[in-house]
Design a protein around this ligand. Sequence first.
Ligand code: SAM
Ligand code: SF4
Length: 330
Amino acid sequence: MSDSTGNLVDSFGRVHRDLRISVTDRCNYRCSYCMPAEGMDWMPREAILTFEEIERIAALMVNRFGITSIRLTGGEPLVRAHLPLLISKLAALGVDLTMTTNGSRLAEAAVDLRAAGLNRLNISIDSLDRQRFAQITGRDDLESVLAGIKAAQAAGFDPVKINVVAMAGVNHDEIVDFAEFGRAQGLLIRFIEFMPLDATHEWLPTSVLSQEAILAAVGGAHPLEPIPRDSSPAQSFRYVDGGGEIGVIPSVTAPFCDNCDRVRITAEGSLRNCLFSTAETDLRELLTNGATDNDLESAIRSEVAAKAVGHGIGKPTFVRPRKSMSQLGG
Ligand code: SAM
Ligand code: SF4
């Protein structure tokens, strides 16, 4: 569907401005809430979108639909070779270009990413304790991520946002530690409620550490006040003493579906209108078969028009997607 301006609109009138592109399904970590510890079947390299294909789809979505921000994700985007080359091509589209990374390879990459035109960075880290970090990610690599965070700041990314998946019984006791870490290092910590997108299907409603619990913990240590909401899914809060801000993404207990402006392209080139959608449109097949820009436009519009009103986690009708977060292009 489109409105009179050509915007990418769904049947509930939501205009889509934010495109997430997964550049690989591969990852050097095995976070327990995302991938199984063993037995990942990676897609063959020839099944993954080429940089040229990514650039063509992205340019079309910017020029025809008014997409204004693009986030690169995965899998782990930094395991894809020559990523700065893709970044420089996408930066030339004039969008707000961001990336989410596990940070393991940032120490070597941060300067090149910045020089290529990446505007902002989110780095994921779920424990500041070396043993627990190793348990969660399957890799004893906390030091690399901490070095990556420092390198990102030194390269001029500001603010550096830190994604923490908050999980009851896993890292609930580190919420205040993360708040202190953010205050001390000048980082914007964003706590994300754990979603049922883990490959091993161990998610339970009781494994979610709620926004309410997160705010009680942080606010108990350093009083907070809400910042009026913008279009971001994160609800932002500032420390009353001027010590900075935190964000919470309450995807489960207070979903932002009503204001969702995101669409996603998986590593193999399928367009998804929602992380929790059970269907997708294969853009790569269209590209391979010589689709024109008009063919692509109508396929993209149809996929977005079919977007559901919300994800429905917790409702009896909720159906988990078969794919895990890393395969969806989280
Ligand atoms: N590998 C990169 C990373 O970890 O930052 C990018 C891809 S990862 C799938 C993107 C984000 O999704 C990360 O911040 C990760 O913590 C988050 N994530 C993965 N599985 C999740 C889940 N089940 N619930 C909530 N967030 C999740
Ligand atoms: Fe890899 Fe990111 Fe998934 Fe962790 S969350 S396994 S780092 S893709």
